[in-house]
Write a protein that binds this ligand. Structure first.
Ligand code: PLP
Length: 462
């Protein structure tokens, strides 16, 4: 029997959902935030002159750090020419150059794309491409999506409907579209009764069971994060999982969508995160690292195999926005991607990522409250637990991750603590996702500041 939950149906009664405590606490914290003044490489300075090392690139965004002179120059140069050539009026050099660069970086058949301005928009486009493709084949009833628990795909209603992040969904539950959420493939926290070594097979089987339960002819796509970001804490797919889900999708005519908004564009040491697993999706989203936070930019990329039917039946892609392919955004993307290539930053991320993981293990591995250190490249996570043997998390009302946020910030470290990774409510993780340009010395500083901050927080928590 599948353990998938069908979600998104209207809630009963008219009770307004309470604002989840972590959301309230986040708002309160935000009201006391310092004002940012400027950035330089891996450092950010506030208006009082306090210096912070950026150990998480914001939320895994700033691939080249801050105020990179070449990226700034490229953006200024583009701005002096024109900010944007609207997509129904013009193409542009940056748009065409970035399209070619992304297709080359993806390799294989992932050659076509549409640009947007956020991760959520890119996910919406991925979902719509899947639906349009099936409609083009005369199968509009293939409109159900299967996703996973402990996942995050974005804040727009479509993306939220397929996201397994309870607190972020709570206020909107009744308005969300129906979707299925199956188990996340996390070997540190396997589904109940499953051995870690069986997680890949079990979770893949769950996907097939859910497809069969819904009826394969009703399912548009399965979407997953190849390395889960904020909702799970840098959880890589166990070996063999991605290949199995690829085979299952192929067997049932279901499209495979990779959400690489956070883990893609080189963050894990390969341009596509799923490259590591030897799997090519049909559709994928990239965002954060694409233009490295200099200008909002994302892309929904799709396989050449999908293009023919959509263009023949509908004459083009039935999605897009006013700012799709924004010229300035694409110019920033080209500048960032050129530097990533020229400076061999993916190689650096692979090598230094191993070093960063080792440093984290050396500094924190023996601490009784550190349950797991995982991830790939410059996308690593420390999971905090109350009991290492049972993996029991701290109670939610301790708000541990919020305390870590405050203490690290106080100590001049920007990292990315998140709550709820265990069951949507409990669980505390700290994500490190530094800029790709971070040097070994900067990684040392990040680890030292994190180790000190965790020591302070845990001494106060007991
Ligand atoms: N998908 C993943 C994996 C993400 O991590 C995020 C944001 O954190 C999104 C989608 C949504 O991106 P955005 O916040 O840019 O809309």
């Amino acid at each position: 029997m599948s353990s998938a939950q069908a979600i998104g149906h209207a809630t009963q009664g008219d009770a307004t959902p309470a604002i989840p405590e972590p959301v309230r606490a986040t708002w309160e914290t935000q009201q006391q935030l310092p004002k940012v003044a400027y950035g330089q490489g891996c450092y950010v300075f506030d208006q009082d002159g306090k210096r912070y090392i950026d150990g998480s690139g914001g939320p895994a965004v700033f691939a080249l750090g801050h105020s990179h002179p070449e990226v700034n120059a490229a953006i200024k140069d583009q701005l002096d020419r024109i900010a944007h050539g609207y997509r129904y009026t013009f193409s542009s050099d940056p748009l065409e150059e970035l399209t070619a660069m992304i297709a080359e970086s993806c390799g294989g058949g992932l050659k076509h794309m549409t640009f947007c301005s956020s991760g959520s928009e890119a996910i919406e486009s991925c979902l719509k491409i899947a639906l349009q493709y099936h409609a083009a084949l005369g199968k509009p009833e293939r409109c159900r999506f299967i996703a996973r628990e402990r996942s995050w795909h974005g804040n727009t209603l479509g993306a939220l409907s397929i996201s397994g992040f309870l607190d972020r969904r709570a206020a909107f539950e009744g308005a969300l579209a129906p979707a299925s959420l199956i188990s996340p493939a996390n070997v540190y926290r396997p589904p109940e009764g499953v051995f870690p070594e069986d997680v890949a097979a079990f979770c893949a089987r769950e996907l097939e069971n859910e497809i069969l339960r819904l009826g394969a002819d009703k399912v548009a796509a399965f979407i997953f994060e190849p390395v889960v970001g904020a909702a799970g804490g840098c959880v890589p797919a166990p070996p063999g999982y991605a290949k199995r889900v690829r085979e299952i999708c192929d067997r049932h005519g279901v499209l495979l969508i990779a959400d690489e908004v956070m883990c893609g564009a080189g963050r894990t040491g390969t341009w596509r995160a799923l490259q590591h697993d030897g799997v090519e999706p049909d559709i994928m989203a990239v965002a954060k690292g694409l233009a490295g936070g200099y200008v909002p930019l994302s892309a929904a990329i799709y396989h050449e195999r999908l293009r023919g039917p959509m263009y023949e039946r509908f004459g083009g892609l039935l999605t897009g926005h006013t700012f799709s392919g924004h010229t300035l955004g694409c110019a920033a993307g080209v500048a960032v991607q050129k530097i990533v290539r020229r400076d061999n930053l993916l190689e650096k991320v692979r090598e230094n990522g191993l070093l960063l993981k080792r440093m984290l293990s050396d500094a924190l591995g023996d601490r009784p409250y550190v349950g797991d250190i995982r991830g790939r490249g410059y996308f690593l996570c420390v999971e905090l637990v109350k009991d290492r043997a049972t993996k029991e998390p701290y109670p939610r009302d301790r708000m541990l991750y919020q305390k870590v946020t405050r203490q690290t910030f106080e100590n001049g470290l920007i990292c990315y603590p998140v709550g709820g990774n265990v069951d949507g409510k409990r669980g505390d993780i700290v994500i490190l996702s530094p800029p790709y340009i971070a040097t070994q010395e900067e990684l040392v500083e990040i680890v030292e500041k994190l180790a000190k901050s965790l020591g302070q927080v845990m001494a106060s928590v007991g």
